[in-house]
Design a protein around this ligand. Structure first.
Ligand code: GCU
Length: 620
């Protein structure tokens, strides 16, 4: 029996094929730096219909409906019986996951329809796009009853062209978001995070000129420290169109010509550039103008310039060895819980990371809101950004590989100009199978192809063997390591394996001459759950035991010569449907150093001390 969401996808495709919609296609693009473009916010209250049975698309015999909810038909009580009426329907806030907005939706997985009206009168010689910061998981969009686009993937932005279907004045958009977990999804059925559904990031209307700048890359050359290089892509522009790139503060300006692929290659000599780093998160205002017709298109951005590379087991930032003092973070909103998106959420989470003494954060296990990476740019926090190739995907399924590739391309395209991002991660804790290694090696190659200026990594599982000294040896020889620039490894000594002291007798056998990041370690503690005073063997789930794990881990980590960074699991407790131990977990993973209500646990201060005194790790 086909899963609901597969039926929904088929339905949408079939409807698109059978009814007089404009040609149905996924039809999304991703306009880079869209948050710096003038736009009309569509955030706010949207009418919603919880559509467990996909009634919005199917009739009682499971046939596709021509008069589905996307028609947004006005309800006439004396007219033909109608089972829906958006005008009278309740509302949900956008942006926002639906699960934390209503108790009855906390566990809801399935399709929900969203509808709102909007006024718009398009200016001549423009395109109009509906911009989505992200929507979990699969989204199908209609404007004025015309199907305009669909998107799969819960954490990356997409833009839908609606110029051909909008009219001057009153318009409406109807869309269905379905967060049903699917085996051939990315992620797949099992995740240790709550499957928050819906329009959980900004939605807006964006108008751009007929020919417009939709993508660009500006970065400092690794080989020429006084050269900014990259490209500017001008959608729709014919070859010969001039693009200018200007950095006023550096009195640096250049022009380039668009080629047959609407792309201009940029090389911009710069003098006395102040390099971006955690100690000096310098961002420059950059102006890009395309002399397109009939009107030029121009955008501004704030970009930091730095280089990142490896040399043997060292990570070099601006040519200098660096140690990544980090923490892992889920996009769980502090205090209110739910999917984090607001500047307030971001300032709280990254503010805590700074307070901890971090110069680096691992944003797990999916691209976070763009506010997170922009703020990391400003605060001087280096970033590990990841796509949800998480646990056991269908690694032998080419259709799934296509989804991973799409998400990787979208992640890199959105954030390629963020100086803070130093690492693209293509996976977390995947099984060591041939199909997996082939799949992820392809992903690593794609990441390098899309962005040759950054490092590519993944969080690997490690093998454990008893060693003659009576302790254990952790062996890092996952074949995927061959393809990676930097090796990430996860371990839970003191929690899922051994007792906290086990770290004292654990040695590491790392089979790669590459930098190693201990990308996850730690243990659960319920904030306020304490062991009796003076108890030398504190019980699990107590703050004291979590602190003990950190003590022993820090000592063990300092014995690993090629360790170049760490991001313990994790900054703040987060919701997970896998964590159902009453009184201790209550649907929360409690490995945070801070509770979801902002209570700092004892281990927070242990790590803070090690980071502030720089007693954990060595850059070389
Ligand atoms: C794994 C996984 C995390 C998970 C953590 C845990 O390592 O990568 O997503 O939350 O372990 O078990 O707490």
């Amino acid at each position: 029996m086909l899963q609901a969401s597969t039926r929904l996808l088929l339905a949408a495709l079939l409807i698109a094929a059978t009814t007089a919609f404009s040609p149905a296609q996924t039809n999304t693009t991703l306009i880079v730096n869209v948050d710096h473009r003038p736009s009309i916010s569509l955030n706010g209250d949207w009418h919603v219909i919880i559509d467990q049975y996909a009634t919005g698309l199917y009739d009682f015999h499971q046939n596709l409906r021509k008069d589905g909810f996307f028609m947004n038909a006005p309800f006439d009580p004396n007219g033909h019986p109608q089972d829906y009426n958006f005008a009278n329907a309740s509302t949900l806030k956008v942006p926002g996951d639906w699960n934390t907005q209503r108790p009855e939706l906390l566990y809801y997985e399935g399709p929900i329809w969203y509808q709102r009206d909007f006024e718009h009168t398009a200016r001549p010689n423009t395109h109009t796009f509906l911009h989505f910061g992200a929507a979990n998981y699969r989204t199908f969009v209609w404007v004025n009853t015309k199907k305009v686009c669909e998107h799969e993937g819960g954490f990356t932005p997409f833009d839908c062209e609606i110029s051909s279907v909008i009219k001057d004045g009153k318009n409406f958009v109807v869309l269905s978001v379905d967060n049903t977990r699917i085996a051939d999804g990315v992620p797949t059925l099992q995740t240790d995070w709550w499957n928050y559904g819906g329009l959980h990031r900004d939605v807006s209307l964006v108008e751009v000129p007929t020919e417009f700048i939709d993508d660009y890359d500006l970065h400092l050359s690794r080989s020429h420290p006084d050269l900014v290089e990259g490209y500017v892509h001008v959608e729709g522009a014919s070859s010969g169109t001039i693009v200018s790139v200007n950095i006023p503060e550096l009195n640096a300006k250049t022009q380039a010509t668009v080629d047959a692929n609407s792309r201009a290659t940029v090389t911009l000599p710069v003098k006395s550039l102040s390099l971006w780093s955690p100690e000096n998160p310098k961002l420059y205002k950059v102006e890009i103008i395309a002399s397109t017709s009939p009107a030029p298109d121009g955008i501004q951005d704030e970009i930091g310039f730095r280089t990142i590379e490896t040399r043997g087991t060292q990570i070099l930032l601006n040519g200098q060895p660096v140690f990544l003092r980090g923490i892992s973070i889920h996009a769980e909103a502090p205090y209110r819980t739910g999917r984090a998106y607001s500047q307030k959420d971001v300032d709280t989470l990254l503010g805590w990371a700074k307070d901890l003494g971090c110069n680096y954060v691992r944003l797990a296990h999916y691209p976070h809101d763009e506010r997170m990476t922009r703020t990391a740019d400003r605060l001087g926090l280096m970033v590990w950004s990841e796509i949800p190739d998480y646990w056991a995907l269908q690694f032998d399924n080419p259709a799934v590989l296509a989804k991973s590739k799409q998400q990787l391309s979208e992640m890199i395209r959105r954030d390629r100009n963020k100086a803070s991002i130093i690492l693209w991660s293509v996976a977390n804790e995947t099984p060591n199978t041939e199909a997996r290694t082939k799949y992820l090696t392809t992903m690593v190659d794609l990441a390098h192809q899309l962005d040759s200026t950054r490092l590519v990594t993944a969080a690997l599982l490690v093998r454990t063997e008893k060693n003659p000294a009576g302790g254990t040896t952790k062996i890092v020889d996952d074949p995927l390591g061959k393809a990676l620039d930097v090796i990430g490894t996860n371990e839970y000594i003191g929690w899922y394996e051994q007792h906290a002291e086990g770290a004292d007798t654990t040695t590491w056998d790392i089979r790669y001459d590459k930098p190693l990041i201990m990308s996850e370690w730690g243990g659960d503690a319920k904030a306020g759950n304490h062991a009796p005073a003076g108890d030398t063997h504190p019980a699990l789930w107590t703050e004291e035991y979590q602190a003990e794990i950190y003590h022993h881990q820090i000592a063990m980590l300092n014995k690993i010569p090629q360790l170049r960074g760490t991001s313990p699991w994790l900054l703040m407790d987060f919701r997970s449907a896998r964590r159902v131990n009453p009184g201790l977990q209550d649907n929360f993973n409690r490995k945070g150093l801070i509770s979801d209500q902002g209570i700092k646990k004892q281990a927070f201060f242990i790590l803070q001390k090690a980071y502030k005194e720089k007693t954990l790790g060595k850059p070389e």
